[in-house]
Design a protein around this ligand. Structure first.
Ligand code: SF4
Length: 348
């Protein structure tokens, strides 16, 4: 029996029931793929259900307000994905009459749809003979063939694209792709592959050589940068100052508390003088350090200090700030870091 056939038989018996597997609707498949990028299925599933319930068609997603989408996305991280998703929905609506192209070559023309998503939609919706290559498939292929090209290099991407296409089951491309992804998700896992239960154990070079955990090969990651944020929760008569983050930095268009950043952490005495010099506070106003948190993003480590300042009169902060009722602040799309802070302060 060919390895492709063994894989398919295993998939028939072992696949998890996931809602996007029961459809061929390209919109639903696209939505699931966007939500599941860099996200575990268990975490992404409730978001997929929320989005599909609220926006059952690409028309409704495209015509929604960005704030509404960011709010629904809250907690999932990587907010640029939500913004790109909205942008792509608008393109499908405006330039394609709300209908997704029905081939890989058509889909890849769409701004916001990369090779992975185009392959996923083309194969799952239209059964096109094109191999899908996500993190799980990279891992399975690299182990099956002991492939030494780093999966995160551009030459590695080329090599793996060819390898995946050669390994594709041409008779059942959609199921083959699903099966490869499923094998990587539940059997060929990053640290403890369950080779004993793997349908490809006798075809897998890494297993035969006992080198499973040496694969996949990765190039060294870029350096993680430390950032130090001092957040100011400024409250005046039950209202809080927030502002919308501009383009060109993390959390673009999300709402945030006013913050100042330096390349190291500072004391409350330092910030008191700083805010006094900026005319935000007067001599007798107090800064109370309420919360400290280390927050990790892909390429950044954020050290955040949150200060509460209660004032009688609204200062001019220069952030294009808006003043919102404390009880309504969570109606705005905010970062996960800010969400932690408000939760810690019992603001719900
Ligand atoms: S035999 Fe082990 S290492 Fe090889 S594909 Fe299967 S689970 Fe992965």
């Amino acid at each position: 029996m060919t390895p492709q056939k063994k894989l398919l038989n295993w998939y028939v018996l072992n696949q998890r029931e996931l809602p996007w597997r029961n459809t061929r609707d390209p919109y639903v498949i696209w939505l699931s793929e966007v939500i599941l990028q860099q996200t575990r299925v268990q975490q992404g599933l409730p978001y997929f259900e929320k989005f599909l319930a609220k926006f059952p068609t690409v028309f409704l997603l495209a015509t929604a307000k960005e704030d509404e989408i960011l709010k629904l996305w809250q907690g999932l991280g990587y907010y640029s994905r939500a913004r790109n998703m909205h942008h792509t929905a608008k393109i499908v609506l405006n330039d394609y009459n709300g209908v997704f192209p029905n081939s890989y070559n058509g889909l890849i023309q769409l701004k916001g749809i990369g090779p992975y998503t185009a392959a996923a939609i083309a194969s799952f919706s239209f059964n096109e003979q094109v191999a899908v290559l996500d993190g799980n498939v990279f891992r399975v292929l690299s182990r099956l063939f002991c492939q030494n090209e780093p999966i995160n290099s551009s030459s590695g991407k080329r090599v793996f694209t060819e390898l995946a296409q050669t390994f594709l089951n041409m008779k059942e491309p959609a199921h083959h792709n699903q099966a490869m992804m499923e094998l990587g998700a539940i059997i060929c896992t990053p640290t403890k592959p369950n080779c004993i239960e793997c349908p490809l154990q006798n075809n897998c070079l890494a297993n035969l050589l006992g080198q499973q955990t040496n694969y996949p090969i990765k190039e060294k990651k870029s350096v993680v940068k430390n950032r130090y944020f001092a957040y100011f929760h400024i409250e005046v008569n039950g209202y809080i100052a927030i502002y919308q983050r501009p383009a060109g930095d993390i959390w673009q268009n999300l709402f945030d508390l006013p913050l100042l950043e330096l390349d190291e952490s500072k004391t409350s005495a330092f910030w008191k003088l700083e805010l006094f010099n900026k005319n935000w506070i007067s001599k007798n106003d107090q800064l109370v350090l309420k919360f400290q948190r280390k927050h990790i993003l892909t390429h950044r480590r954020i050290y955040a200090d949150f200060y509460l300042i209660t004032l009688k009169k609204r200062p001019i902060l220069g952030f294009k700030e808006i003043w919102v009722k404390k009880s309504e602040v969570l109606q705005y799309g905010i970062s996960r870091l800010l969400d932690h802070y408000f939760l810690q302060q019992h603001i719900k």
